[in-house]
Design a binder for this molecule. Structure first.
Ligand code: NI
Length: 163
């Protein structure tokens, strides 16, 4: 496993559409494992493959709860319900946060790391993160959807001052 470099705002790969994975093989499993390691290194809750420079429909999510890490291939939202206004950031936009409206409930179909079909029901934070990461696969970034005037830059120094 290895930590991969996270592409940041301005890198045009973040705007490209990712390709479907045809076969979930060892290379995809290695990518998934590296993405989990990268996610944990940056204390993120979700990461999409284009953020590490790979245009494949692969995402990982960890809400640090008892559900464990989710490794999803070709994830697709097949149903969504309701709305929630949330504060959101992205590992590709360090220290930036904004308010955004996300679905409150989603059903996602995907393949797991063994290539088996899985269905995930996400509510609240999980729905938010699934929607955010799946957007990445189509080159859509959270800054495209922010409620105008809500973007904030939080530098680590500001954080210190608050404490
Ligand atoms: Ni993101």
């Amino acid at each position: 496993m290895a930590v991969r470099i996270v592409r940041e705002d301005g890198d045009e790969i973040l705007r490209k559409r990712s390709k479907e994975v045809e076969v979930v093989d060892d290379k995809i499993r290695e990518l998934l494992d590296d993405m989990v390691e990268t996610l944990h290194k940056y204390n993120g809750v979700g990461l999409a493959a284009p953020q590490v420079g790979i245009l494949k429909r692969v995402i990982v999510i960890d809400l640090y709860d008892d559900k464990g890490v989710k490794k999803l291939v070709n994830p697709k939202i097949v149903k969504q319900k309701g709305e929630q206004e949330v504060s959101e950031g992205c590992l590709s936009f360090p220290n930036q946060f904004a308010k955004i409206v996300r679905p409150n409930y989603v059903i996602v179909e995907a393949l797991n790391e063994n290539g088996e079909k899985v269905k995930i029901k996400g509510e609240g934070l999980l729905a938010q993160v699934l929607a955010h990461e799946i957007d990445h696969l189509d080159g859509i970034l959270f800054i495209d959807k922010i409620i105008p005037g809500t973007l904030e830059y939080v530098t680590p120094d500001d954080e210190d001052e608050k404490e």
